[in-house]
Design a protein around this ligand. Structure first.
Ligand code: NAP
Length: 326
């Protein structure tokens, strides 16, 4: 496979982790970084040995030989930044939440399709080996029919009204930042729900601090999901089946393995150790898609990301969470 020249747009926390993990991906090269601050871009480039550092996102479009752009800005900016790159013909890997709303996500998808360029949501969880193993086990009926799924994602975060987690202008709140993980994992294993009920508590800035969701499926299964920025939770996901239980071990969004308990048998532990943070799995997958000339991922299709945003929209409608301009 040829070498792929990556760019990172937006140089915050996750950009650093992604840059470190990209070094673990064969045939990947961090070719350019773009920040709103030229100094920040130069410092980042010096740290990771990146040949091109540009001081605006627009300037990235003029960098030669780019293969794919990783968008690492706040959710509120994903739509604009993805459109900027896609309309210039650049393939995009865009951080979760994919956008603020399904409407924005739809426009991003249309832009990719009109221009014939690759687009994928950076839902890194999907590409962990343990997730693939869990899907295989569940599809093979190893725990029978799944009847219930529980998933939580919470961490106690310092209240900063202007930071991206609490600021409505940056599409803050627990739902779009971490609630999308429980929604993602339920959609992956159970598909689209037929009913959703959501409740939340709010911060003084008017975004959701806690968000609790109950879902029901045509199969007869249900799911209990929660996200919170107020307390650190176990970040646990368990699937309860008619013949057994399957636990995604460690923090479920970056699982370290599986534990399966088939009723009447000894529990089976399936370790799945990870190198790096785990962002290299999604990056390697993007390269495989690009090498095959695909315009979307077969493992994380755009319809899946759109459906996830539609679900988040419905939760937001029920809890009354609106962002400025909506
Ligand atoms: N997959 C994961 O595990 C994971 C983990 C954490 C975060 N994320 C996602 O990654 C995205 C970024 O999160 P982060 O924690 O890296 O955020 P962050 O530290 O605040 O960095 C975001 C960067 O976006 C750029 N930016 C562009 N417009 C901005 C604006 N109006 N306000 C603030 N920053 C702006 C800035 O880069 P410049 O100053 O360089 O332009 C900033 O450093 C979010 O969508 C988040 O959900 C994913």
């Amino acid at each position: 496979m040829r070498t792929f020249n990556w760019a990172i747009l937006g140089l915050g926390n996750i950009a650093h982790k992604f840059a470190q993990d990209l070094a673990l991906v064969p045939q990947a090269r961090l070719h350019a970084v773009a920040s709103r601050s030229p100094t920040k871009a130069q410092e980042f480039a010096a740290t990771y040995g990146v040949p091109h550092a540009v001081g605006s996102y627009e300037a990235l479009l003029a960098v030669p030989d780019l293969d794919v752009v990783y968008i690492a800005t706040p959710h509120s900016e994903h739509h604009a930044h993805a459109l900027l790159c896609l309309r210039a013909g650049l393939p995009v890997l865009c951080e979760k939440a994919f956008a603020r709303s399904a409407g924005e996500a739809r426009e991003m998808i249309e832009a990719a399709q009109e221009r014939g360029v690759f687009l994928m949501e950076a839902f890194w969880t999907r590409f962990f080996p343990a997730i693939g193993q869990a899907l295989e086990l569940v599809r093979a009926g190893a725990i029978g029919e799944v009847k219930h799924l529980v998933a939580d994602f919470g961490f106690a975060s310092e209240y900063n009204p202007t930071g991206r987690l609490f600021n409505p202008a940056l599409a803050g709140g627990s739902l779009l930042d971490i609630g999308v993980y429980p929604l993602f994992i339920s959609q992956l294993f159970l598909g689209a729900p037929v009913a959703v009920r959501a409740v939340s508590t709010f911060t003084a800035t008017g975004v959701d601090l806690n968000c609790a969701m109950a879902l029901a499926y045509a199969s007869g299964a249900t799911a209990s999901l929660v996200s919170t920025l107020a307390a650190t939770t176990d970040n646990r996901c368990v699937l309860y089946g008619t013949a057994g239980q399957l636990h995604l071990t460690g923090r479920f969004h970056a699982p370290s393995g599986l534990r399966m308990q088939v009723f009447g048998q000894e529990a089976q532990v399936i370790p799945s150790p990870t190198t790096g943070y785990g962002y290299h799995y999604e990056a390697a997958h993007v390269q495989q898609c690009l090498a095959q000339g695909l315009l979307e991922s077969p493992l994380l299709p755009l319809a899946f990301s759109l459906q996830l945003m539609e679900l988040a929209d419905e939760v937001r409608r029920q809890i009354g969470l609106r962002y400025p301009g909506e």
